[in-house]
Design a protein around this ligand. Structure first.
Ligand code: F6R
Length: 611
């Protein structure tokens, strides 16, 4: 979703805000803008399109001043044009803000403001907030009080940074439902939606809590309070990752870099956790709820998108190893259907960003109904990580490419360990436990071998880059991998793709198959291999093209597939990890061949902080 940034300190604010926007551009890239206080006046430069377009159109070098704010937008209210771009200012032009989130009651507030004679230039909810703060300032003559009063009246979500020409040495930041952190440097502060915009200035950060605001001043430091004016105690934490984790490091795209990072990120997901000799796992983050886990009768996994696909694979893995029923729910549906939740249910939220609004709403609902809620989250300190009762971090490092890749395999890594942990707590024998643990431990080098298939996958991608439809089929635990393969392709190449359980094809999708339909089969040598081969034959009989992801030593599949991508042998429940690698590469190379912007696909944003 939108990325917001603010700077106050001794340096020029515009270049710092601009570089912050570039780092956060994956959060939204419909428009970008800056506001700098220069000679007592707020100067705003903004433009529809990516940050680079704004940089081309706006003379950023001429925007001098040591306090400023910036925004990169993923449009919600109002089309992505220059006028709707942030920052937005109040009627006087003396107060400006950047906003991430949705002001749900903006129409009610707007009506009141229109009635009072205020006018608006944009269609956005955010401008309403700016004008509202401006009106309150005119009445109260107190910047902080005006912001606080406005924020306590708005409904919805906000990460917001507000500046005022009346108070030239102060920035006010506040959050509800949208992430926001304050980087604390040497007499300077950088406020941002995520740590990537802060790390080149400082590693010391304060994560703002729900309904918390930070009043940041040039000479007197900062203090935090709730928007209801209760003082809060802020804890300064340390950003853990290194700067090169958020740079492309010689790769053409973040997505490709992240695909190639997977031998390491997968390893980081089990490092210090996996006890191969004992056939068990040590998950320190679940210690506090170990008793609840032991006595749980059901697990509900809730997530969105790619994380939901990982959850679906988790259902197969957990049920197989721990023999406990698992339900997998789209977070966006779960929350609104008054779900039946028992107090001995374990609800697992899976999220890369830890900020997905639907997932957050789902866990709040589960908590309200008394379940124990745990999180498998990548971003340290994120809202879901903080609001869950316990959890396990993915340790995949920052994921910048909008299409999730390494986070998916890390989610599978953590889910498998969780299944093993739950299984060993229950009836899973040590011998099977050791087999699973050894299988996991071997995966980084096997992922590496899958990556060596890159050129072969690229050749197939070139051959099918002009296709208009794709089918992805898999069975058992590879069905979620098929769904994920299809999602990767559609989101970055804009080719329509569907994932199906292979055997379901004959119940409908088979009607789509003709010589123009490439069908990707995940067909490892497992106990349902023969059934999948039958499904492949059904496609061939209708002139469909078969691209098979097959086991390394499977030579017989060459007779039935047009193309074969080999993956090394592993335990059946671990196959989705290996199958995902060529599927990610296939989507990547097809998208590149089609000239698509793989790191910033149209209409998408990295973390979806609106419902
Ligand atoms: C797809 C993708 C999305 C996310 C989804 C959930 O590549 O990235 O489908 O998986 O928006 O996001 P998180 O995992 O951050 O909760």
């Amino acid at each position: 979703m939108c990325g917001i940034v603010g700077y106050i300190g001794p340096q020029q604010a515009a270049p710092i805000c601009l570089s912050g926007l570039k780092r956060m551009e994956y959060r939204g890239y419909d428009s970008a803008g800056l506001c700098i206080l220069q000679d007592g006046t707020l100067h705003i430069g903004k433009k529809a399109g990516k940050v680079a377009e704004m940089e081309r159109e706006v003379d950023v070098a001429a925007m001098t001043g040591t306090i400023g704010i910036g925004h990169t937008r993923w449009a919600t209210h109002g089309v992505p044009n220059d006028v709707n771009a942030h920052p937005h200012s109040d009627a006087s032009g003396a107060i400006a803000l950047v906003h991430n989130g949705i002001i749900e009651n903006y129409l009610t507030i707007k009506k009141k403001l229109l009635h009072a004679g205020y006018a608006f230039v944009s269609d956005t909810d955010s401008e309403v907030l700016a004008v509202f703060i401006g009106m309150l300032y005119d009445q109260l003559h107190d910047f902080e009080l005006a912001v606080r009063t406005a924020l306590s009246e708005v409904e919805g979500t906000f990460g917001v940074v507000v500046m005022s020409a009346h108070d030239p040495d102060m920035l006010i930041a506040a959050r509800r439902g949208s992430p926001l952190l304050l980087g604390v440097g040497q007499n300077e502060y950088v406020i941002a939606s995520d740590a990537s915009a802060v790390i080149s200035h400082t590693r010391q950060v304060v994560y703002l809590h729900e309904n918390e605001m930070a009043i940041v001043t040039r000479h007197d430091g900062f203090h935090t309070k709730t928007i209801h004016n209760e003082e809060t105690h802020s804890v300064v934490e340390q950003i853990e990752f290194e700067l090169d984790a958020i740079e492309k490091s010689g790769f053409d795209h973040f997505m490709l870099k992240e695909i190639y990072e997977q031998p390491n990120t997968f390893h980081d997901g089990f490092r210090g956790r996996l006890l191969v000799d004992e056939g068990n796992v040590r998950l320190g983050g679940l210690q506090a709820v170990a008793d609840k886990l032991k006595h749980a009768r059901r697990i509900i996994i809730t997530a969105c998108g790619t994380s939901w696909h990982a959850g679906l694979a988790g259902e197969y893995i957990i049920e197989q190893l721990a023999k406990i029923p698992v339900e997998v729910e789209y977070a966006s549906e779960f929350r609104y259907r008054d779900p039946i939740i028992y107090s001995d249910d374990i609800v697992i939220a899976i999220s890369q960003s830890g900020e997905t609004a639907d997932t957050l709403a789902a866990i709040r609902e589960a908590k309200r109904k008394g379940a124990t809620v745990i999180g498998f989250v990548n971003v340290v300190g994120s809202t879901i990580a903080r609001e869950t009762d316990a959890g396990v971090y993915l340790h995949a490092g920052p994921e910048i490419g909008v299409a999730s890749t390494k986070a998916f395999t890390s989610q599978l890594c953590v889910l498998t360990q969780f299944a093993l942990y739950m299984g060993r707590m229950r009836d899973l024998d040590a011998r099977t436990g050791k087999e699973i643990a050894a299988g996991l431990a071997a995966l980084p080098s096997l992922i590496h071998r899958c990556l060596e298939q890159g050129p072969a996958v690229q050749a197939i991608a070139l051959a099918y880059a002009k296709a208009t439809n794709f089918l992805y089929l898999g069975r058992g635990v590879n069905f979620p991998a098929a769904l994920e393969g299809a999602l990767k392709l559609k989101e970055i190449s804009y080719i329509h793709a569907e994932g199906y359980p292979a055997a379901e094809m004959k119940h409908g999708p088979i009607a789509l198959i003709d010589e123009n339909m490439p069908v990707v089969f995940i067909a490892p040598k497992d106990e349902i291999y023969d059934k999948v081969i039958s499904n492949i034959q059904e496609v061939r009989a209708r002139n469909g093209t078969v691209i098979a992801i097959a086991s390394e030593d499977d030579t017989s599949i060459d007779a039935v597939a047009d193309h074969v991508i080999r993956i090394p042998e592993t335990l059946p429940i671990l196959t989705p990890v290996l199958a995902s690698i060529p599927l990610q590469l296939l989507a990547y190379y097809i998208a590149v061949e089609r000239g698509c912007n793989v790191d910033m696909p149209r209409n998408l944003a990295k973390s979806v902080t609106v419902e």
